[in-house]
Ligand binder design. Structure first.
Ligand code: C5P
Length: 215
């Protein structure tokens, strides 16, 4: 069974998807981590982001591995290294390129083959797994998502104003929604869940209910 959870940055997809997978005994796939790892590889190789063919070639060549929890470049666990603002700001150069999306989507399908899996990203229900038994589009208002993000930043000792967080998030939302292939959108048969005003546990229970109704 495939559970596809999509939605904008900061909607809480990743932590909900992880918890849903754990509760149901399913595998978990964070597809953003694959895009992040590919971007980190480009930064390390010092390839210019305007050299699209070189980006495609490197993404083909580099070994990106997902073990169910962590992402690897070759043997190196890069799960923390992919979370820097430098990586986040550069992902669009790769995510906008259809040939790179094709490669990473094929990898996502290989990972999900013959498995019960909860997969999360932007294009999972609409593009990568149109046949998924359960599709959820998890969202929240920009202000609520920015507030949650700010809390995470403060907890990790970093400081930005709510305005700065909101501006960065709006930019990313626009990039994610406007890309020609694999853009952020709810599949026609997805259940849309707006989590404004809900606690993380309420979101988890609601999502589990939706998934069980698809079983
Ligand atoms: O989920 P996360 O915020 O880590 O994803 C980082 C970026 O990777 C997104 O903003 C988006 O540009 C890209 N992405 C994508 N398709 C996916 C997952 C992530 O284009 N399935």
């Amino acid at each position: 069974m495939i559970v596809a959870i999509d939605g904008p940055a900061g909607a809480g997809k990743s932590s909900i998807a992880r918890q849903v997978a754990k509760q149901l005994g399913f595998e978990f796939l964070d597809t953003g981590a694959l895009y992040r790892a590919a971007t980190l590889a480009v930064i390390r190789a010092q390839i210019d982001f305007s050299e699209i063919d070189a980006l495609v070639e490197l993404t083909e060549r580099v070994e990106i591995r997902w073990d169910g929890q962590c992402v690897f470049l070759g043997d190196e666990d890069v799960s923390t290294a992919i979370r820097t603002p430098t990586v986040t700001d550069a992902i669009r150069f790769l995510a906008d390129e259809p040939r790179i999306r094709q490669q990473l989507s094929a990898q996502q399908r290989r990972i999900a083959e013959d498995r019960d899996i909860v997969t999360e990203g932007r294009d999972q229900g609409a593009e990568v797994f149109p046949e998924a038994e359960c599709k959820i589009f998890l969202t929240a208002s920009p202000e609520e998502r920015a507030r949650r993000r700010l809390q995470q930043l403060v907890a990790s000792g970093r400081h930005m104003s709510e305005q700065q967080v909101l501006a960065a998030q709006n930019k990313r939302d626009l990039e994610d929604r406007m890309r020609p292939v694999g853009r952020l959108r709810a599949a026609e048969d997805a259940v849309v869940l707006n989590t404004d005003g809900m606690t993380p546990d309420e979101v988890l229970q609601e999502v589990l209910g939706i998934v069980r109704s698809c079983m």
